[in-house]
Every structure is written in C-alpha cells, then in structure tokens.
Design a protein around this ligand. Sequence first.
Ligand code: HEC
Length: 243
Amino acid sequence: MSPFDPRMMLKELPPAFVWVGILMLSLLLVPPAIILRARAVPSESRRIHIIQNMDNQPKYVDQQENTLFVDTRSMRPRVPGTIARSQMVSDTHYFLGTSEGDFATTFPSNVVIDEALLKRGRIQFEVYCLPCHGVRGEGDGPVHDRAMVLLNAGVNGTTWVQPKNLHEEAITEQPVGQIFWSISNGIRNMAGYASQIRLEDRWAIVAWVKALQYSQNAPVERVPGADTLPVRTKVEPGEGDAT
Ligand code: HEC
C-alpha cells in the first residue's frame, strides 16, 4: 500500500479532523436546501434579486395600492363628465365624414381646398394608396401586380381581391364623406388607415382622389387642346404592340 493511499491518510488523521470534515460537508448541503425550499414554498417577502437590471422601479402597477387616495386605488376612475384629449368627436362631418346620419356630400368647412391640400393629398396618396390602387387609382398598383404573379404561379394559398378602380362609376358617384369613411375605417377587404394617416391628411387624400377622378373624366371643354391629344387606351400587360 502506498503511503498516499487515502485510507491510510484518514487513519493517520486525528479523529477530530475527520469529524470537522464531516460537519463541514453537511453544512455545504444547507444552502442548496434553502434554495430548494425558497423555490418551492410561497412567501410574502420579495425574492432575493441580486442583479437588478432596473427591474424594480418606484411606480404604480395595475391593482396596486396607493395610500395617497382615500379609496387607496392606484388605478384612478375617470372623472365623470370628462373626455380624453383628442378623443372628442365634436364635429362628425370633420371627424367621421358624416352629417346628419349620412355620408357628407361636401368637404368640412375647416378643410380648405387649395393647391397645397392637393399637393399634400397627392404625396399621401402615393405613400398609402398607390401600392394597391396605382398612381392614377386604377387598381393596378405594384402590390396588385405582385399578387397576380403569385396567383398565376399558383403559390400555395394566395388569394387576392383586386383593389378597386377608383374611376368606376360606383365610386366616382360616392359622396366625399364616404371615401373619407372608407379610408378611415376600411371597406370589405381593404383595411382602415385611421391609425396611420392623420385626420387632415385623410381629407387631403379624398381631395386628391376627387382630382384623379376628375382628371380621367373631365369634360372636353375643360381641357385646353383636348382635340389634339391622342386618346389613351389602356393596354393590358402582354397585349397590344408598339404601333
Ligand atoms: C393593401 C392594398 C390597399 C391599399 C394600400 C389601399 N386600398 Fe383601397 N381598396 C383595396 C381593395 C382590395 C379594395 C376592394 C375591397 C373589396 O371590394 O373587398 C379597395 C377599395 C377601395 C375603395 C372603394 C370603396 C367602395 O365603396 O367600394 C376606395 C374608395 C379605396 N379603396 C380608397 C383607398 C385609398 C384612398 C387608399 C389610401 C389611403 C387605399 N384605398 C389604400 C386595397 C387597398
């Protein structure tokens, strides 16, 4: 047996050393036991949280008590008779596009129809509507083209409803309030844009849609030199030739 055999070494140790060693080893089991207990047993006090990472901040969260108020609720009830700022619909014509329960047939009085409004409407139309409805609103925007490619390629599950041609009579005859309403709230397969486009910009877009519609249906006498212009006919992709 080599002199380094552990059994030999233990035998040579004074017994007190052995007992102290055993005691130390048992003490080592205490922290894991405490951790296991803390993880298993519910407790009133906060858990130990060494790395704070700004997890605890002085603020009130839902349902928390706040002794500042007599009823100790931190979630304050609405003050009766008040309305949150920007949530007041005081003028249905301007905010909803309706007037006396029906779509408004005129622009609201605070929307000034001028060149600036049309320019703004054009910019916004080209950001938000052109992708689907196309630059002239004919329902032939790049998203539509792409959808047709996917549809024709039979990519799994592609379904598509063509964006409306805004020059269809059913739409040119709509009151401005109805177009405003469709932009704001969506219509059938088209989503609403109230959350993305500001109120005044939605009215500007309506003005631009009206201008586009007029541009495609203007009476000849309103277009100087109309008789000298070539007649534009719509050519479908892949159809027609250069003549
Ligand atoms: C993601 C594509 C998409 C975008 C973007 C889009 N539309 Fe549409 N729009 C549609 C589709 C699709 C329809 C037809 C919905 C249907 O018939 O189910 C439609 C229908 C319409 C109609 C016809 C409503 C009616 O009464 O039939 C109007 C007007 C219209 N859109 C205006 C706009 C305007 C203005 C914008 C820009 C703010 C816009 N759309 C943005 C896809 C789009």
